[in-house]
Design a protein around this ligand. Structure first.
Ligand SMILES: CC(C)(COP(=O)(O)OP(=O)(O)OC[C@H]1O[C@@H](n2cnc3c(N)ncnc32)[C@H](O)[C@@H]1OP(=O)(O)O)[C@@H](O)C(=O)NCCC(=O)NCCS
Length: 144
């Protein structure tokens, strides 16, 4: 069974590094990681941390309302497809609604767009490049 818990910023770093920064010379620490409004979720299987995601209060000029940005969504390769990402997002939506957040948005890698669509996100922008990671879309989910 997979359990979702709040974790610290530092606990997210090893999985960010492994899954999101392999051969990519960008920092695995993000601006805002330690802000007081930021929270981080981890998915645990038999006490092992297998997936992480982070939620930061940040506004995208294309949206209105009370916004959070999803960053650093990553599941260890061997555990992908077992529901960890989906369960983290469900928990995040619950927490964000309690904070009266109306929009959760992210810069989604092309390879993850279908995952986000399954979780109720829509694409907003044209494709754009974040070098050297590759092409991304802005995606958003309205929290009702
Ligand atoms: C994208 C990612 C976070 C998804 O996490 P995950 O734990 O594997 O996702 P889940 O197991 O919760 O998947 C939920 C659903 O989405 C589907 N899904 C997951 N990743 C998918 C993908 N890349 N493309 C299409 N569907 C996908 C699953 O099959 C599952 O479908 P179901 O509900 O019909 O069974 C994970 O694959 C990952 O870490 N990828 C590499 C890093 C990355 O690209 N992160 C996103 C950066 S923007």
């Amino acid at each position: 069974m997979i359990q979702i818990k709040e974790i610290s910023a530092k606990e997210t770093f090893p999985i960010r590094l492994e899954v999101l920064r392999k051969n990519i010379p960008l920092p695995y620490e993000f601006n805002g990681d330690f802000d007081k409004e930021t929270f981080h979720l981890g998915a645990f299987k038999n006490e092992e941390l297998i997936a992480v995601s982070s939620y930061m209060k940040a506004s995208n000029k294309n949206f209105e309302g009370n916004q959070y940005q999803l960053r650093g969504m990553a599941t260890l390769t061997e555990y992908q497809g077992f529901g960890a990402g989906k369960l983290m997002l469900q928990k995040a939506v619950q927490i964000l609604k309690e904070k009266n957040t109306t929009i959760l948005w992210c810069n989604a890698r092309i390879a993850a767009v279908e995952f986000y669509k399954k979780q109720g996100f829509q694409t907003f922008s044209e494709k754009f490049e974040i070098s050297p990671v590759g092409e991304h879309y802005v995606m958003f989910k309205e929290l009702k």
